[in-house]
Design a protein around this ligand. Structure first.
Ligand code: FAD
Ligand code: NAP
Length: 337
């Protein structure tokens, strides 16, 4: 049953913990709720999942849909894999824990990423060398202009680095209702290529980690390094890691020999935005109620009572510093509303 409320505080619904009001909020628990809301009120102005990748800077006019559509299905695809369908409003980390409990491999490196299943394809969530696209099978989405349900296969989603069609041509056009993932029942080789993960396992003498051990490691590393949004408001990495031409990275490395970089497709390399921000002196810096986290420079934090506009202004200063010093334009990963 769709619950519609007027003038609703979104503070509990965004992990930055900023205050902002939605003119109307519709809470969706089933795909039918979404269809009814669409028939009755027309397309929403915006969709909110867990609010862990948005920065709200102003009052939100019109309808905001809060997606809480649940449900979990498992299909035995073949001997080696199962295809699992999860409702778009399910909490992502709960899906990861469920998969780990059932010995299904593929998303253990994505443990503890906040937010919902339906938002995961939007930016092709990624961590510790794994991206959603690596296990993605298909999704079903409600096309808001027509009310039809469309199916997107992997190639249709145009997944890229923290990117998909839903951030480009299809932006604002769909409510993602259900996401299907192909997970491994047998023969799964966890990816432990990231140094922090490899070190954590090596320190405990774990040579051939199980799916559960990798999830445990990721949860432990993340908990020790990242601020818990329920304690200190944040939306994870504020900026994307820039992907630059190889020649540009080599020129920078002549000037800054310790600048790390990784291959990122033909002729391109990725450099860590956190490193650039730290070099500009922002790590741990605080200006009033907004700051740059002391352990992870990519994370901007709300020390209490910050507005979205204050956080955005702080982010712009970081962008200006990085542009001035390195000639690199940092692109926000967070969706600014
Ligand atoms: P929201 O913030 O609610 O929405 C994000 C965008 O998706 C908005 O544009 C919204 O309109 C749209 N959207 C949401 N749900 C739907 C839907 N069902 N249909 C259509 N559009 C929808 N991200 C990573 O990739 N890797 C990480 O390791 C990671 N770590 C994080 C750590 C912390 C502490 C935090 C706070 C964030 C982190 N993030 C990370 C960012 C964030 O958790 C993910 O991007 C997540 O997928 C956002 O989910 P959400 O439900 O909160 O989306
Ligand atoms: P980290 O391990 O300190 O590494 C810093 C950056 O270097 C990361 O952003 C990562 O890029 C890159 N990197 C490190 N090792 C790499 C390798 N072997 N190959 C390619 N790239 C490598 O990072 P961290 O901040 O603690 O985060 C750990 C993981 O969690 C990362 O994958 C990060 O993306 C993810 N995370 C994401 C968010 C978010 O909001 N998006 C927030 C927290 C953590 P990638 O980011 O491309 O992996």
């Amino acid at each position: 049953m769709t619950l519609v409320q007027k003038h609703v505080s979104l503070r509990p619904y965004n992990t930055f913990g900023v205050e902002a009001f939605a003119e109307r909020l519709a809470m969706l628990h089933t795909p039918d709720d979404a269809r009814r809301a669409l028939d009755q009120y027309g397309p929403p102005a915006r969709i909110l999942g867990g609010g862990s990748n948005v920065l709200i800077t102003r009052p939100l006019e019109g309808f905001t849909w809060l997606n809480r559509i649940g449900g979990l299905q498992r299909l035995e695809a073949d001997d080696a894999s199962a295809v699992v369908g999860a409702g778009g409003g399910m909490v992502w980390h709960e899906l990861v824990l469920w998969a780990v409990r059932h010995g299904l491999g593929g998303i253990e490196n994505l443990a503890l990423i906040p937010g919902t299943v339906g938002a995961a394809p939007i930016q092709n969530i990624g961590a510790y060398g794994v991206e959603l696209k690596d296990v993605f099978e298909r999704l079903e989405a409600l096309h808001l202009p027509t009310g039809e349900v469309h199916v997107f296969e992997k190639r249709d989603c145009q997944f890229g680095y923290r990117d998909s069609i839903f951030k480009r041509q299809a932006r604002g056009q769909y409510l993602i209702l259900r996401v299907w993932l192909r997970l491994r029942k047998k023969g799964h080789q966890p990816d432990t290529s990231y140094r922090a993960l490899a070190d954590w396992l090596a320190q405990r003498g774990i040579g051939q980690p199980t799916i559960a051990q990798v999830a445990e490691a990721v949860i432990a590393i993340r908990s020790s390094k990242l601020p818990d949004p329920s304690v200190l408001g944040n939306a994870g990495s504020f900026f994307k890691n820039p992907i630059l031409l190889e020649a540009q990275v080599h020129a920078l490395q002549e000037q800054y020999p310790t600048l790390p970089s990784w291959p990122a497709g033909e002729g391109m390399r990725k450099v860590p935005a956190g490193w650039l921000i730290e070099r500009c002196g922002w790590k741990g810096r605080r200006e009033g109620v907004v700051g740059c986290h002391e352990r992870q420079a990519l994370v901007i934090v709300n020390h209490g009572g910050a507005t979205g506009a204050q956080i955005l202004a702080f982010a712009k200063k970081i962008q200006e510093s990085v542009a001035e010093r390195f000639g690199i334009a940092l692109e926000p990963e967070v969706n600014v509303w």
